[in-house]
Structures are given as C-alpha cells and as structure tokens.
Design a protein around this ligand. Sequence first.
Ligand code: G1P
Length: 276
Amino acid sequence: MIKKCLFPVAGYGTRFLPATKAMPKEILPILNKPLVQYGVEEAMQAGLTDIGFVTGRGKRAIEDHFDVSYELEHQIHGSGKEKLLTGIRELIESCRFSYTRQITMRGLGHAILSGRTLVGDEPFGVVLADDLCFGEDQGVLEQMVGVFKQFHCSIVAVQEVPMEETHRYGVIEGETLSDKLFRVTDMVEKPAQGCAPSNLAIIGRYILTPDIFDILEATEAGKDGEIQITDALLQQARDGSVIAYKFDGTRFDCGSVEGFVDATNYCYQNHYVPQG
Ligand code: G1P
C-alpha cells in the first residue's frame, strides 16, 4: 500500500511575478481553489493520505491552508458560506500533513531527496502541482497506483507531446508493453531540439521506490546544473525498474500563464458549481 505523497513546492514561481512576490504560486487559485489543493485531492483519492510538502522560505500560506482557521469558521458559522469550506475540511480530516524545507534550490531531484525524512523506506508518490491533471474515471495518481500494484517498481506518467515541445520535458524511450505501458530503456531531461528519443514526455506524477534516495545522493548535477530526478530514474531504468504509463485524462501546464488560463477555462466549463 502506498500512503505517502511528496509535493515539492519550494520553487519561486518567477513566471508569475509579480503575483508570486509575496504569495506562493501553489496558492494561486484556479477559480476558487488553490492550485495545490487539486493535487492534494488527487493524492487523497488515490489513497495517499500522508502528504509531505518540501517547502521553502515564503511558503507559510500553504501550511495555513491545510489547517483549520477557527476565527474564520467562527465568523461564517450559520451564514450559509460554510459549505465553501467542505472540500478543504474533508482533506484536513482525511490527511496528515508534514513539512520539511529545501534549504538550497538544487533541482527537482534534490527537492525529492530533501523529502526523504518524511518518506522513510517505502514506495511513495510525487505530485508536481503545476501539472494539473483531470483523469477520466480515476485520477491520474490512482491509475498509477494500479500500475504499481502490477509491476512493483517506479512508475512515471507520460503524455504524447508535439516533437517541437519535447525540449521542455523529461522524455523517455521504452519497450512497448501495451498501448499505455512502456518499460523505460532511456530517458533524457529536456533534450535539445531534434534530439528527443520519442515524443513521450514525463508529466509531474511519479511513484518511486525508496532506493531512489540512495541513487539521488550519488547523482551529480545534470541539465541546468541541477540534480535531476530523470537522471536518478535512468539508473533504475537500467535494471528494467521503471515503467512509463500513458494516463487517461487531461493535463494542463499551470507553470505557464497560458496553461493556467486554459486550466481555468476548462474548470469553469466542466467543474464549477456556482455559489448562490
Ligand atoms: C520537471 C521534470 C521533467 C518533467 C516536468 C513535468 O521539469 O524535471 O522531467 O517532464 O517536470 O512537468 P520542470 O517543469 O520542473 O522544469
């Protein structure tokens, strides 16, 4: 059973300045809900209820969001507005939240390694909240838990992207097992234009086996001088221990303003319940 899920949230969100000058980018709302809450809901639905944030300076609002606000609840008690807090209350009651800080920004691999203290020695999920995913029948992480139960190794979510966009992602090469499953044979972090091994891009959902931590300890800085999770996963892939899963669903890159707007429009059309 996988119970733990890491959320690396220490990044500065510079693409959203000045909005992110005094506010974590993960708290920016898609409609009336912070981006990070969508990711935590997806984890909870997959049964991953031990939520670990790898956080940093200026991110206190995330801790406050996943906590009770007694003063606010007292103020709105009996006003009919309490129902707006139902979703977040359910998360707070169903999940446990832990926090650790990434002191220096040395890349996603380093952020995940910083979360080791919250995970210990068991398989765990990783959600990059910037990638907002809506599954069809099941959430993307729940689908991946199903794949993990079959293969018992690390799982990465992948999506086909246009070849000219592959330089923005980790890209895999794999042996086809079925129309949705690939055994990874190679992976490259943000390949130069024209050098990608395929158009299967890694999306910000991972299930990792805990040996990844020792591998990350030994992983040298790679692309952009950062410790890359893609490089550590390649070590596991050399033993045939990484499966790429082409998920069912829709994904928005909320790390860009354009993707954020697309996600907002999608949610408004498909998920928004007007509050009277
Ligand atoms: C990270 C990973 C990359 C992956 C991407 C998905 O990159 O390093 O392999 O494809 O997330 O969003 P980032 O977008 O943080 O630069």
